[in-house]
Write a protein that binds this ligand. Structure first.
Ligand SMILES: NC(=O)C1=CN([C@@H]2O[C@H](COP(=O)(O)OP(=O)(O)OC[C@H]3O[C@@H](n4cnc5c(N)ncnc54)[C@H](OP(=O)(O)O)[C@@H]3O)[C@@H](O)[C@H]2O)C=CC1
Ligand SMILES: CC(=O)N[C@@H](CCC(=O)OP(=O)(O)O)C(=O)O
Length: 334
C-alpha cells in the first residue's frame, strides 16, 4: 500500500521514513515538508544509499494521487488543515499532532480554535492496547502524545484501585527530541547539557489529555498532577506515577493481567530505564507498593512508542496488517 509522510524533515518524520523503508506492506510514495526541492538523502544524510526520493512541498491533492494513507508529522494547528483535505479526498490519516486527540471543548480550551470540527468525533485515539477494535475501522487516527502514552499505559490498570481522595502525581522526564527540531532556549546544548529541570508544572497541555482519556476509558474524574522534566539525553522518556491505593492489593498481578496479551508492553520486575526501550516500540512498566503507597514506573522512546512506531502500529491495524509488521523491537542498549 502506498503511503505518504508529510513533515519528513522533522524528528518524528525521519523515524517514520526509517521504519517504512523496511516495512513489507507499506511503500513510501510521497515525502514532503514545507519547502521541498531537495532529495530525502540530502535532507537526512543518515539515509544515504537507502532511499532515493524527492521531497515535495506538501500538497494534499498530490498525496491523494499517489497514496492511500498519510502520516502527518506536523505541528498541531498545521495538521488539521491537511487532515481535513486528505480525508475529503479519501486518504486515510494517522496524525501525530495533538489536533484530533481531545474532545472539541477540551482542545479549544488548551490549544486553539479548531478548523475541522466535523472530523473530531470520528477520530480514534491511537493507543492500541485500549482502542484496538475502533482502530480497525478508523479513517483518522489521533496518535497520542508521548507523555500521555507513557502515563496512561502506567496508570490505567490501577485506576479502579486508586484512592481518588489523595493526590496522584505523574513525574515525567523527556529527552530533548521531544521538543522537535526547531530551536528554542531550553533545548540548546549550553542550557540542557549537564542540566535538568521541570517545566510547566501542573500546566502542561498533556495533563488534560491524560485526564480526558481516564474519564472516557474508566469513567473516573481523576485530577492528575502532571509535572514534566527535560533531561539531557537525545531520546527517551521515563514516567513515575505516585498515588495511594484504596486497599492493599496485589499490584504485580493487576499489571500482569492487564497486559498479558499486549506484545508491546513489557512488565518488568525492577525499576525501568530508558535505554532498554530506546529504538523500540516497547513500553516497559514496573510497579511497587509500600502499604497503600503506589509507585508505577514506565519507559518509552518518545520518538517511537511516543510517536512514529506507534503511528505505524496504528496504520497496521487500520489496514488489517499484523500489528507488529515492520515495528522495531531491538533496543539501542548499551
Ligand atoms: N518529538 C516528539 O517526541 C513527539 C512529537 N509529537 C508530535 O508530532 C508532530 C511532529 O513532531 P516533530 O517531528 O518533533 O516536529 P519537528 O519540529 O521536528 O518537525 C515538524 C515538521 O513539520 C513540517 N512542517 C511544518 N509546517 C509545515 C507546513 N506548513 N507544510 C508542510 N510541512 C510543515 C516541518 O517541515 P520544515 O522542515 O519544512 O519546516 C517538519 O518536517 C508534532 O505535532 C509533535 O507535537 C508527538 C509525540 C512525540
Ligand atoms: C520535551 C518537550 O518539549 N516535549 C513536548 C511534548 C512532545 C509531544 O509529544 O507532544 P505533542 O505531540 O503533544 O506535541 C512538550 O512538552 O511540549
Amino acid at each position: 500500500m502506498n503511503v505518504a509522510i508529510i513533515g519528513a524533515s522533522g524528528y518524528t518524520g525521519l523515524e517514520l521514513v526509517k521504519i517504512l523503508i523496511t516495512h513489507s506492506k507499506f511503500n513510501i510514495s510521497y515525502i514532503a515538508n514545507s519547502t521541498g526541492n531537495i532529495n530525502v538523502q540530502d535532507l537526512h544524510p543518515s539515509l544515504q544509499g537507502l532511499i532515493d526520493m524527492p521531497v515535495e512541498i506538501a500538497n494534499a491533492k498530490e498525496v491523494a494521487k499517489v497514496a492511500k494513507l498519510a502520516f502527518l508529522a506536523l505541528p498541531h494547528k498545521t495538521s488539521m488543515s491537511f487532515a481535513k483535505e486528505l480525508l475529503d479526498l479519501g486518504v486515510k490519516v494517522v496524525d501525530l499532532s495533538a489536533d484530533y486527540r481531545l474532545e472539541l471543548e477540551n482542545y479549544e480550551k488548551h490549544y486553539c480554535p479548531h478548523e475541522d470540527k466535523e472530523n473530531i468525533s470520528s477520530a480514534v485515539y491511537g493507543l492500541p492496547e485500549y482502542y484496538k477494535n475502533q482502530l480497525k475501522d478508523a479513517n483518522l487516527v489521533a496518535n497520542p502524545g508521548c507523555y500521555p502514552t507513557a502515563s496512561l499505559l502506567a496508570l490505567l490498570p490501577f485506576v479502579d484501585y486508586i484512592d481518588e481522595n489523595s493526590p496522584i502525581f505523574i513525574d515525567a522526564k523527556s529527552g530533548v527530541t521531544g521538543a522537535g527540531k526547531k530551536l528554542n532556549e531550553i533545548t540548546q546544548f549550553a542550557h540542557i547539557n549537564e542540566n535538568t529541570h521541570a517545566y510547566n508544572p501542573f500546566k502542561h497541555r498533556h495533563m488534560p489529555e491524560i485526564q480526558e482519556k481516564v474519564k472516557l476509558l474508566k469513567d473516573k474524574d481523576f485530577s492528575v498532577n502532571f509535572v514534566p522534566h527535560l533531561i539531557p539525553v537525545t531520546r527517551g522518556m521515563l514516567v513515575s506515577v505516585y498515588a495511594s491505593l484504596k486497599e492493599e492489593v496485589d499490584v504485580e498481578a493487576i499489571l500482569e493481567k492487564s497486559y498479558k496479551n499486549s506484545e508491546f508492553v513489557r512488565v518488568r520486575n525492577s525499576a525501568v530505564d530508558i535505554k532498554s526501550t530506546a529504538g523500540t516500540n516497547f513500553c516497559d512498566i514496573f510497579v511497587a507498593r509500600n502499604g497503600k503507597a503506589l509507585f508505577i514506573n514506565s519507559s518509552i522512546d518518545n520518538l517511537l512508542r511516543g510517536a512514529s512506531s506507534q503511528a505505524v502500529v496504528n496504520a497496521n491495524i487500520m489496514c488489517g496488517f499484523e500489528e507488529d509488521e515492520g515495528i522495531p523491537k531491538i533496543a539501542y542498549a548499551p
